[in-house]
Design a protein around this ligand. Sequence first.
Ligand code: NDP
Length: 254
Amino acid sequence: MPDQSTDQNTNNNLLANRIILVTGASDGIGRAAAKCYASHGATVILLGRSIEKLESVYDEIVSDGGAAPAIISLDLTTATEENYSELAETIEDEFGQLNGLLLNAGILGERKPLSQYSATVWQQVMQTNLTSPFMMTKALIPLLEQAESASVIFTSSGVGRTGKAYWGAYAASKFGIEGLTQIWADELANISNIRVNAINPGATRTNMRATAYPAENPTQNPTPEDIMKPYLYLMSDSSRSIQGQSIDAGDFTL
Ligand code: NDP
């Protein structure tokens, strides 16, 4: 599937002149993706709810020689359509373009049987993991459409493909993400230069994984930095023909 002629891992200008928004850029996989995109020449927009944590990612990117990122503070659990419209306006005013969107932010919710699952937590998880990516993509499509080619990447999970006990709203939200990816891809394929795909990171050494599996030895899982190849591939021109796919990071080779 990947275009073997492009050595994405050694080309530091692979994403030059691209503006890429990463949600959940303050920690875990989103933080690693933002740093990876910046190290390949992109200007990244770091979106999260903690300014302090986003500033530390900003500092790391700048000290590594990357372009100065933008920071946007937004709580995706409570954000409204108006907030997403304002986000689109801010990006248009500040950058005049958007080439990539990584919808990575997510929350775990409760690890409980559905019969005991809190309806309030259910709604928070659905809002953060599924409704927010829908609303944000909807608001940013007009800007992405103006790019010569643009990439939207959703974040799935193994429990979004096979239902598993005690994964509640998280699993349901990721099933939704798989569907959302396919619907956007099918709707945009023939009328725009936007490609829409998903990545299932697989077990990755982050705070979320440690919370979900407290008894696990974290060092048995890859770090976020270890799984960046599909994130880079789907954001780069090598993946221009890839549409509506859900890629397992663990199976990806390039
Ligand atoms: P982390 O918990 O380490 O990081 C999640 C990120 O999302 C943080 O930056 C967090 O911000 C941000 N975030 C959470 N809630 C909100 C909110 N309401 N508003 C704005 N930002 C928010 O998780 P991972 O890095 O592990 O997960 C990233 C994605 O990968 C998620 O979608 C997850 O479901 C998926 N995934 C992860 C796997 C794994 O093994 N790690 C496996 C399969 C899928 P803050 O720093 O403020 O908490």
